[in-house]
Ligand binder design. Structure first.
Ligand SMILES: O=C(O)CCC(=O)C(=O)O
Length: 304
């Protein structure tokens, strides 16, 4: 297994690579105004109305609209990817949409599906803002440094994660919101925990997402076994448009998905010490120890 330092760099520029490997994400200027407009036109031509509060074109069945999105977005991002990440290829391109509503909720921190064997390869995901975004209209949230928490396999069928016991602490005391300008891109390590703020504005928030793999590496998908929770099938995916992310696949797998093995994996919860190290907000002093301190101070001043 490779250590963190053994992975070849993702980005051509050492400064960008430094930020990315330290925090697990980096925000960069990406699309100019015309490219943002072209992306938005492609989205609204394909989907005039989002069919749900949260929707991605990755939920569309394989067909003309989904292929148009793939090809249109590829044309727009290819020159940028070649310059920024010359040893990576794009394997997924989609739009991610959040309808606005006053009572909208956040998307909680999560790890995306593993698209590679993370013990030997690093996959990179990107989220590109197509309008200015902040905490009121659905900007992304991240947990800085969470790419170094270990190698969790995030599988289709939603297996348990090392983070499950700490979701609330992560949400309340650890995550950061990342406001962005239209055209900026947030690149994150596939292992980085991320989510998004509620969109309480009146507008539909449209963003673009993509996934990048080292040249020559095939997209993988891990799928939970319906009976054995600790067993995962490992599939290779021939084309991104075949994969419907909204439904759990079960064997026999359709054409375009080749099962290349199985792996036993059961997530171990993080230790409380590690969780402590991720806090942005210090833990409140436990109530019991506060009461003991108050009694001690009162005795010291002769009040008890
Ligand atoms: O677009 C969003 O609001 C969240 C996107 C996200 O978490 C994802 O693509 O995994």
């Amino acid at each position: 297994m490779q250590t963190e330092d053994d992975f070849p760099p993702v980005f051509a520029a050492p400064g960008i690579e430094g930020h990315f490997t330290r925090d697990g994400y980096v925000v960069l200027p990406f699309f100019n105004e015309e490219e943002v407009a072209a992306c938005k036109k492609l989205y609204f031509d394909t989907m005039p109305e989002p069919p749900a509060d949260f929707f991605t074109t990755g939920f569309l069945p394989d067909g003309e609209p989904r292929r148009k999105v793939k090809e249109g977005l590829e044309r727009l991002i290819a020159p940028h990817v070649a310059a920024l990440m010359p040893t990576y290829s794009t394997c997924v391109r989609h739009f991610i949409v959040k309808r606005g509503r006053p009572d909208a909720g956040p998307l909680h921190l999560h790890q995306d599906f593993n698209f590679v064997d993370q013990s030997i390869q690093r996959a990179v995901h990107v989220w590109i803002a197509l309008a200015d975004v902040d905490e009121r209209n659905g900007c992304l949230t991240v947990l800085p440094g969470s790419h170094k928490l270990g190698l969790h396999i995030s599988a289709m069928g939603l297996n348990a994660t090392p983070y499950d016991p700490y979701c609330q602490v992560f949400e309340d005391d650890c995550k950061v919101a990342v406001p962005m300008k239209a055209g900026e891109a947030l690149f994150f390590d596939e292992r980085t925990l991320h989510g998004s703020c509620p969109n309480t504005s009146l507008d539909v928030r449209v963003a673009m997402g993509a996934v990048f793999l080292p040249h020559g590496v095939k997209q993988r998908l891990y799928v939970t076994d319906a009976v054995e929770p600790g067993l995962l099938d490992i599939l290779e995916v021939e084309s991104e448009t075949l994969l419907d992310y909204s439904a759990v696949m079960r064997p026999p797998y359709p054409e375009g998905f080749q099962k290349i093995g199985t792996v036993e994996y059961t997530a171990k919860p993080l230790s409380p010490e590690v969780v402590q190290s991720l806090r942005r907000v210090p833990a409140a002093v436990p109530a019991a120890s506060l009461r003991a301190t108050r009694r001690f101070v009162a005795r010291l001043f002769g009040r008890q």
